[in-house]
Design a protein around this ligand. Structure first.
Ligand code: GLN
Length: 445
């Protein structure tokens, strides 16, 4: 299996460019060890996998697709990586992303441009674009992505695969290079819902090394996939179907929702007013957290140090100036501004208040309904270097960020094609109720 996956990777990588690092030798050695193991048990025994390159891997370069960490070799494995290893998975290497997971197309990567396997003239989405493309191009059976503001779900939608952003705290963040710590979650990206459930139950659970990881028991999702949709109550927020949503994507998503009705669910239109501020809340809070998290790249502790620096100040300023890309710099600047004494209250505190309001709105809806549905993204995959369409990007954030702001689980499942490119249906659920999302998506798929 490992050999086959490596052969497939070799044959498509030139076009797809999903990997930053292919660990061929390590993968083959590991597969051989597994072949010779006494026990052939493990939920993912021998299964080829890929890991987004902002998740640390012992002795294997972890770059975050940034010049800053180009040569950074971690000394430990992220908890999710340890869990995959214990379950018998075989990693083929590290997957491309937007620099420090900041972006929606994987184009801010300092390493390479990943292409959408369905149409290589199109972006794979992002920031987990390498993860999505590697799964879609059959290079790996599953990949880990990370989702701070849609980065698992949107690339999953663009590449026609299944992507889960778990409940905040469901999966340990130990070893995930922090972007916005109150939003970041690692999630599985797979071909099918059943595969996704299997990977999540493998990586989820309490971790004493991550104090935000939850103590809730991890259910056996796979054993309970065959749910019945009779009596399932679905909320369809009208804000998710507003301006900026591509009309053909809208049509596909509405068809999918009709199908959920045909399977026995009832669907009501609802309103979640505060989600329309998703873009603003996200920009303020995520960039503020990022500016603080990225302060650790000082040219001393980790990664790049400018060879041109002549004194301590220059070690800081030149290392950061030379190694961070423009998107990362923009966010550090804006986040620092939002946290400065003068702007802290009107920007950061205000955004947190709206976040609390929106979370309350979402909770209220989820007290009455089992799940919330909408599109995963406002459009299908677009061209490289596409002029940003403001209405579309705003809608993208309205669709993506509520799950991160409220900490609830959200799943993207393929629901058809527009112009030969995949469309994603998004399902959001109650805290720690990934199971219902899997059951609904499994019944639908
Ligand atoms: N588009 C979002 C951003 O650029 C996605 C980030 C993410 O989820 N990592 O911030």
């Amino acid at each position: 299996l490992t050999e086959a996956a490596l052969a497939q990777t070799e044959s498509v990588e030139e076009e797809v460019q999903a990997f930053i690092t292919v660990t061929k030798e390590e993968a083959l050695t590991r597969a051989e060890e597994l072949d010779n193991a006494d026990s052939k048990e493990g939920a993912l025994f021998g299964i080829p996998a890929g890991i987004k390159d902002n998740i640390v891997t012992k002795d294997i370069t972890t770059t975050c697709a940034s010049k800053m960490l180009e040569n950074f070799v971690p000394v430990y494995d992220a908890t999710v990586v340890t869990k995959l290893n214990e379950a018998g998975a075989v990693s083929l290497g590290k997957l491309n992303l937007d620099e420090f997971a900041m972006g929606s197309t994987t184009e801010t990567s300092a390493m390479k441009q990943t292409r959408n396997p369905w149409n290589t003239a199109k972006v794979p989405g992002g920031s987990s674009g390498g993860s999505a493309a590697a799964v879609a191009a059959n290079e790996v059976a599953f990949a880990l992505g990370t989702d701070t503001g849609g980065s698992v779900r949107q690339p999953a939608a663009f590449c026609g695969i299944v992507g889960m952003k778990p409940t905040y705290g469901r999966v340990s963040r130990l070893g995930l290079v922090a972007f916005a710590s109150s939003f970041d979650q690692i999630g599985p990206m797979t071909k099918t819902v059943a595969d996704n459930a299997l990977v999540l139950q493998t990586i989820a659970g309490e971790d004493r090394y991550d104090t935000t990881s939850a103590t809730e028991e991890v259910p056996n999702y796979v054993a309970q996939l065959e749910g019945n949709l009779k009596g399932l109550k679905i909320a369809m927020p009208k804000e998710f179907f507003g301006e900026g949503l591509d009309p053909q994507v809208k049509e596909k998503v509405e068809e999918a929702i009709k199908q959920l009705e045909a399977l026995g669910a009832t669907v009501d239109e609802v309103s979640i007013p505060h989600v329309v501020y998703g873009a603003e809340m996200y920009a303020v809070i995520a960039y503020a957290e990022a500016s603080s998290n990225l302060a650790r790249y000082d040219g001393i502790h980790f990664g790049y140090r400018s060879p041109n620096a002549k004194n301590l100040d220059e070690v800081y300023t030149m290392s950061r100036a030379e190694a961070f890309g423009p998107e990362v710099k923009k966010r550090i600047l804006f986040g620092t501004y939002a946290l400065s004494a003068e702007h802290h209250d009107p920007l950061f505190v205000q955004a947190q208040k709206v976040r609390a309001r929106m979370t309350e709105d979402v909770q209220n809806v989820l007290n009455e309904y089992d799940i919330i549905v909408g599109p995963s993204a406002a459009s299908v995959a677009y061209d490289f270097k596409a002029q940003a369409d403001p209405a579309r990007s705003r809608m993208d954030d309205i669709l993506a960020t509520p799950a991160n702001l409220a900490g609830i689980p959200a799943l993207s499942v393929p629901c058809g094609f527009v112009d030969g490119l995949p469309v994603g249906l998004q399902l959001m659920g109650k805290h720690f109720d990934e199971l219902t999302l899997y059951q609904v998506a499994h019944a639908y798929e």
